[in-house]
Design a protein around this ligand. Sequence first.
Ligand code: ATP
Length: 228
Amino acid sequence: MTLLLDDITLTYPDGRGRLTALDRVSLDAPAGSLTAVVGPSGSGKSSLLAVAATLVTPDSGRVVVDGTDTGGLTPAAQAALRRERIGIVFQQPNLLPSLTAAEQLQVMTHVSGRAARTARDRALGLLDAVGLADEAGRRPHQLSGGQRQRVNIARALMNEPAVLLVDEPTSALDHERGAAVLDLLVRLTRERSTATVLVTHDRTHLERTDRTVTMTDGRLAPVLAPSR
Ligand SMILES: Nc1ncnc2c1ncn2[C@@H]1O[C@H](COP(=O)(O)OP(=O)(O)OP(=O)(O)O)[C@@H](O)[C@H]1O
């Protein structure tokens, strides 16, 4: 399994007690498959993504990324693993206003010389893969919301991650553009063999995913019937 969450419990301080955000959650995501995690607001979806991204350390349980148990790593090693093996697509693209679409991707690699040219080629290839070959030289204000989200997705793939974590990718898009972004994520997941986990409270477009799991009050319900 490229991403394995094994018996994860996560609590937050809550007054004098603790609030259980994730309650013995287990999830495995194989390479080349897209898993959707749905559930109501406050059910723990963002917490699940943050733990999978190694941004938050759970109280107990194991997070295994591309064969590495992240629990035993130093913070520096964890940051390196996150940079090299995990791509994260946040809900808001957070693109840098002064950079072109291609440069947004290139800044993911801190290199010079020949490696910089390779990074530029890779950035242009990824923009092509997300349907933005002609927009590579545009800055964020010259792109539509859907195009910015595509740049966001391409940027997350720049370092060839094994795991792709996606937060609410369609919430700011209309139905048609939301469907197109989901189709794009499914295609990239296959082509680049990422273990993709997408959290959303939006149940539309789920027929496009490989499987759907539901989060309720910090617990993950068994997998629903495969959607294809
Ligand atoms: N940093 C924090 N400190 C304390 N409690 C938190 C913190 N982050 C989240 N929570 C609580 O943990 C629970 C799960 O929150 P989480 O953000 O993971 O849910 P969610 O399903 O992603 O919600 P939404 O769909 O609204 O983003 C909620 O009860 C929330 O209030």
